[in-house]
Design a protein around this ligand. Sequence first.
Ligand SMILES: *Cc1c(COP(=O)(O)O)cnc(C)c1O
Length: 387
Amino acid sequence: MDLSYILNEFAEERENYFNAVSPPIMQTSNFVFNTVDEMRKAFADEYSVFLYSRGKNPTTEILRKKLAALDGAEDCLVFNSGAAAIFAAVFANVKSGDHIVSVNKPYTWAQRMFDVILPRFGITTTYIDGRAIENFERAILPNTTVIYLESPNSWDYALQDLKAVAELAKSENIVTIIDNSYCTPIYQRPIEMGIDLSIQTATKYISGHSDTLGGVLSGSKKMMERIFNSEFMTVGSGIQPFNAWLLIRGLRTLPARLDRITVSTTKVIDFLKKHPRVESILFPLDETFPQYELAKKQMSGGCGLLTFIIKAANIQQIEKFCEDLQHIFMAVSWGGHESLIIPKCSSLQPHEFDAVNPEHRMLRLYVGLEEPAYLIKDLEQAFEKMA
Ligand SMILES: *Cc1c(COP(=O)(O)O)cnc(C)c1O
């Protein structure tokens, strides 16, 4: 299916709503039945009909179909946040006593689930450096049911060879789950590479405007139906119609925004690499990146998220740099219109800071939709004030 068709026409039933270009927000909790038999059928198969909006809703349904098509998946479920999608994907594929293999440093709240929630049920997780396939082979146990991936990782951009991991997992009957938030299906297609379940936070690029949260879980129809009838319905973490509408709106411009951000990011990286205050940069599609060849092989583009290591003798210099930025905001998240920065030292107590450790001098920068020259000027003036 053409990308433009998916984003502009697919799954929309304009003839049912006065040929309006933009779909209505079907702000309803429940749906009326005319006969007992219709109601009986709905109870028996809530996955297929409109009964109650915790399950299905016409506005969220448009979004669901578009997102599944975008992922090249048979089906998907749309959640109220990316974290909810991660929780459902993992929970649906473990039982008491099972074992998970996860890449090092997965998204914060995925890690919290592995470290704090799942051990209560006797489910253990082994973290590995996912850059080498041998590490997966060594970590798999007879009771491993899930391999959890995030490629690239959203702090150090470590990649996994997705085809190789999918092949290994299939031979061992293990379900593979990837957090594909960094690339989106526009730049990386995990389902086509054999990964079973692909997750994205829709809060980031799909929304694109920092005004709603959302999460996507894509996979086979069989798996989606099973998750719908258990984790999705019991936790009640489906997306609300208004938020779904915002995400449909975001989808219209997704490729245009990514194109713009890709070009701007290259310019910002060129500036940073030449700046005497910058020790190095981390970006999967930069030639200096250790896994550049793999990145080129399995990603058709990068995104606006990169890390640079600043030269600083103490924590105060880094704090001053961040606070001197006039237009790049200091905030979590990314994927919106606005450029953002997070210094690694914000997650350290000042006395823990070690200027010799490059990790402590990392700054994660998200390049948004502003003019690249405007962003470069902002960085330049903050570097100048550091001296
Ligand atoms: C933000 C983020 C999530 C979580 O998404 P929410 O919508 O905030 O729940 C998951 N993975 C990655 C890589 C993220 O950046």
